[in-house]
Design a protein around this ligand. Sequence first.
Ligand code: NAP
Length: 254
Amino acid sequence: MAILANKVAIITGGSTGIGYAAATLFAKEGAAVVVAARRQKELNDLADSINASGGQALALAGDVGDEAFAKALVETALTHFGGLDIAFNNAAILGAMGPVPEMSQSEWNHVIQTNLTSAFLAAKYQLPAMAARKGGSLIFTSTFVGYTAGMPGMAAYAASKAGLVGLTQVLASEHGPQNIRVNALLPGGTDTPAGREFANTPETLAFVQNLHALKRMATPDEIAQSALYLASDASSFTTGSAMLVDGGVSINRV
Ligand code: NAP
């Protein structure tokens, strides 16, 4: 039987990168998926491709920092697929890069709203829907940046992503009695449009690859496989964790 048979999942950041790979994988493993991002056409193409290969997908475009959108995603899962078991809250931006003295408050706020407040809003509506099913798995995509490594120029991104680890721990302890598991997934450098935004020349790509013990970036599918683990019953005793899937970037000293 498929690993996620009869499960319903929300996946944000589905239009590209890790979210796209996870939506495709979760659907292949039997989940009905609601995919979200801002770009409608990319989402529609993803949903069409899942539906054409025998899966079940619905696309909803919007901004994860918007409370009405967080609510609408859960309502879509309930209305169209009858419930919610899994949420992979994965959408994020790198946002403003550079030293803090040169960063405006609005740039800072935008990153925190998109990457961290969105997680609060997602959890606010996803947790009651999971409780109604007597369990679930909530996953936030964090990163090693701000957790095991301080990377210059990434203050807002690092703070927003480290905040997700704190949120994960509190939600895991609050909702463990309801059989809802909450985990943070911490990828290393991954070959996606966002990864390439950072590693955008042969020199910076080689630099990023060399930071990892494995001397390469992850493929989006490798990170999606780890999200699948956290989403599935294979991780039934894992909650409150910050799971590094980082090719050894955290332990490597070059
Ligand atoms: P990506 O290719 O840039 O994808 C980001 C996704 O988030 C896109 O689907 C984007 O879609 C969506 N998104 C961005 N802002 C949004 C908003 N306000 N509302 C709704 N959707 C929004 O990035 P990725 O590399 O796959 O990253 C996925 C996650 O992994 C992120 O949380 C990232 O921080 C984390 N991560 C990535 C790396 C890496 O090296 N790539 C490493 C560690 C952690 P639209 O543009 O269509 O909205």
